[in-house]
Design a protein around this ligand. Sequence first.
Ligand code: GDP
Length: 699
Amino acid sequence: MSRHRNIRSMNVHDEYEGYDDVYGHSVEDDYGVSPATEAQFMYRRSEAPRLSSFIEESKKESIEEEEEYDYDDQEDHDHSLSDSQTFQWPRLSDQNEARLRSCLEEIHNVIGDSVPQHVLVDTVMRCDYDLDKALDAVLSLQDKPKEARPPPTAAAPPKTQGTGAGDRWQQAPAADSCHAKEEAAPRVAQVSTPRRQVKTGFQPVAARSKQVTTGFQVPPTDTREVIAENGLGSSTEAGEREDQQAMPTSQKAAGKTKQVLDVAAELSKRDEGKEVINMVIIGHVDAGKSTLMGHLLYRLGHVNKKTMHKYEVESQKAGKASFAYAWVLDETGEERVRGITMDVGLTKFETDHKVVTLLDAPGHRDFIPNMITGAAQADVAILVVDASTGEFEAGFEAGGQTREHAMLVRSLGVTQLAVAVNKLDTVGWSENRYQEIVKKLGHFLKQAGFKDSDVVYIPVSGLQGENLIKPASEPPLTTWYKGPCLLQQIDSFKSPPRPVDKPFRFCVSDVFKGMGSGFSVAGRMVAGSIQNGTRVMVMPSGETATVKGIAMHDFPMNWACAGDHATLTITGTDIMKVSVGSVLCDLANPIQAASRIKARVIIFNIDVPITKGFPVVFHYQTLSEPANIRKLISLLHKSTGEVTRNKPRCLSKGNNAVIEVELNRPVCLELYKDNKDLGRFMLRYGSATIAAGVVTEIP
Ligand code: GDP
């Protein structure tokens, strides 16, 4: 009783505050109900319906027992086809399930939802997951009734158009099983999805004779078949013609105009013919990287005066007035509070001849893995060094990031470098200081593998904006410096070749759920090209997915190609199957996933020699993965590459060697000789980079 009293005297609102989201607790439960109202909810045995009334009721309508879908039994199977409610998804291996889902989605893209799912599943399985055959079979199911009825025309569409699939099923005669299926299936002309909406894959011109990227079995094709497969799914000319006949004229026209995109030609037209270049900003923490690039962007008009003023006021309030320009790039609260760049920022700006994607990499040693991610995506680099007294030395000597960053970008394939000798205002634009830095750095950069001709030094002040987008104007500087300003140098970088004709590869650096269906992945396209609607494979999970949207710097695009940083919206796979480090690739030519590789490495400055079984972190593109050095195979001569010793006991500073690396789980890789970007990696131990390597063999 006391418990009840407590409940009665309890303040319901207090007790249940915050309970709104408790399962089974409705808003109404929070309100008291008067005894009179309560009465209507009370259970009265006398008024309860008797069980027998249900039985009598059920006798009136005969309830047919539903049968389970059984693939082994053709009779049952055919029966089940007449009722999609009884359909059960077949039990398949993971691979077959992926193949089945892939084919179903492709077929849905072509014919819409006009054929029941179980018919499609059955057809695809009978055709051994061959998309072409299955699509042919489904389309021919749809074509059969056409013989019995007059062919539809654009002017007079068939009366059945627009009726639900269920209606058509009712019209189907229940003859023999196969026939029933054929009769039941709707005709092509009834397909509500217009042909031009069919999402298709495409191929770059140079690869036209190669295989097409949809389906699992790909017959030899020519250009016509590429279009046929993507648009109509018919592998024969006759089949194609038949399909075309069954289509309304407007759809035929749409089918004809569908073209294979010439990526190289489109690329030359994009951005008024300007070449795309990916540029990473590297250097020791506090060298002034963010300030320099923030000011450059401001001067280029990418940040309006109002926003800049806001940054100035806010940074002043936060006691960090000198960081106002850095705030243009350091976007997160923590970056601003700590005054350091942590993540890789991505911004775009244009010069006279280039579209530059700017990657502002963190300089702090804690964030070197992020820096590697940025550098792995870059074509060229700007190394920012602090010229103020003692600061250049601090960044350059052991423990500073100037050396490590320069070594890393070189090992990751960056060959062109601009060195921004920054904060020269603090040393009165001294030429001597500039020359001292050029000399010290020049020597080191040459050792790191940069050609003298590929390195340019530019005296600047990021804070004052001197020599950034206009030639030097400070009198002490103009007396001795006549070279290009930073922007001119960026404009004159050579763009690396874009392997648009190689199989599609997209390295994922971010996965997020956006608006609408599916989810989005951001990253860099390393090879090939992609168009909206293309089916791709996600490696290493082996899942297939469809690219439903492409965006570059928040602008929607129809296509993108090698060298582009893009965000792709994908559907048809689970977000859990895609992660940072995944590679989206060509269905017909997927990238390999390996957990053991042979590689040629160069060992950096290390204190402890590397022995067999040495644990490392494997940094590759956007991924870092625990690994260990399984075997030390041979030592190589530094310049000739000849084997000088087999099975060395250990590797030390400066050694060139062949080793075997074992990873904790499979990683998408390619041989260096096939794809330089996807065949390179770095090894780190503790907080130091100990080696750079290239993949020579995937056993
Ligand atoms: P980051 O860590 O390399 O990105 O360096 P920041 O851009 O955050 O700059 C670090 C500090 O150096 C800030 O206080 C800047 O105001 C200051 N700084 C950057 N460039 C210059 C410059 O050219 N001259 C002077 N005097 N200070 C600068």
